[in-house]
Design a binder for this molecule. Structure first.
Ligand code: SF4
Length: 246
């Protein structure tokens, strides 16, 4: 089986624990207004690679990956579910730590069994919750939120450890109500291992220009680290509210 791969990074340090081999999958059904990788959106493009070829790349630098492992990100890796599962199965045969960075958007109950196969070989999920409210989610990404929440429940049922990621964009995802709601959504998850609040940056703007696309967040300033810190505190308050009720 072959997958469509946008690119790989040999020394990733921000997508999962330790130093990691990061595989950027090609194709994404979302259109997040703040996306800084619009070049990963188109499906069936990029380099066609087998899982073995990717793992050979990993093996070339494997001494660096002690305490790290392999991360699948994108784009949206779940768009290529059979290939992703094969890659992680082969990684686990070599005792490599596997991490999936995803929005969960492609989850469907009717494919629950296929997803379970993936979960069995996934050590950690970085789940990007784009917006806590259904309307906000649709406006920000162009897709409904429901499947993301179903995916989160499936991860909880199968006890896959999860770190929640949330990008804080001024005027869009930094409202107190939205952030508290996010805390409430995730506070009850028994598999919650962490929270990463990522400040929005404008570095993607030049990519849009180079691709001849208009930038959806033109004029929206980057989020400073203080703003991201405050946002994190509000989400944590929401988590505590839920846990104190239990
Ligand atoms: S899920 Fe990621 S790759 Fe897809 S549009 Fe959103 S930010 Fe971009």
């Amino acid at each position: 089986m072959k997958g469509y791969i946008h690119s790989t990074e040999s020394f990733g340090t921000v997508d999962g624990p330790g130093v990691r081999f990061v595989v950027f999958f090609q194709g994404c059904p979302l259109r997040c207004q703040y996306c800084h990788n619009p070049d990963t959106w188109a499906v069936k493009r990029g380099r066609e690679m087998t899982a073995d070829e990717l793992l050979e790349e990993y093996e070339r630098n494997k001494t660096f990956y002690r305490g790290g492992g392999i991360t699948a990100t994108g784009g949206e890796p779940l768009l290529q579910l059979p290939f992703l599962t094969e890659l992680f199965q082969k990684a686990k045969e070599r005792d490599i730590h596997t991490c999936l960075d995803t929005s969960g958007i492609t989850y469907r109950e009717k494919k629950a069994e296929e997803f379970r196969e993936l979960f069995q070989v996934t050590d950690l999920v970085l789940l990007d919750i784009k917006h806590s409210k259904p309307k906000g989610h649709e406006e920000l990404t162009g897709q409904k939120q429901d499947h993301v929440l179903e995916f989160a429940r499936a991860l909880e049922d199968t006890k896959v450890p999860v770190i929640i990621r949330h990008v804080v964009v001024p005027g869009i995802t930094d409202g107190e109500e939205e952030l508290l709601e996010l805390g409430c959504l995730i506070g009850g998850m028994r598999n919650l291992k962490g929270l990463e609040v990522l400040p929005y940056h404008t570095m993607g703007e030049s990519k849009y220009k180079a691709l001849g696309m208009s930038y959806p967040l033109q004029g929206v300033p980057a989020m400073d680290s203080d703003g991201a810190k405050k946002a994190r505190e509000i989400i944590l308050r929401g988590i505590r509210n839920v846990r104190n009720k239990k």
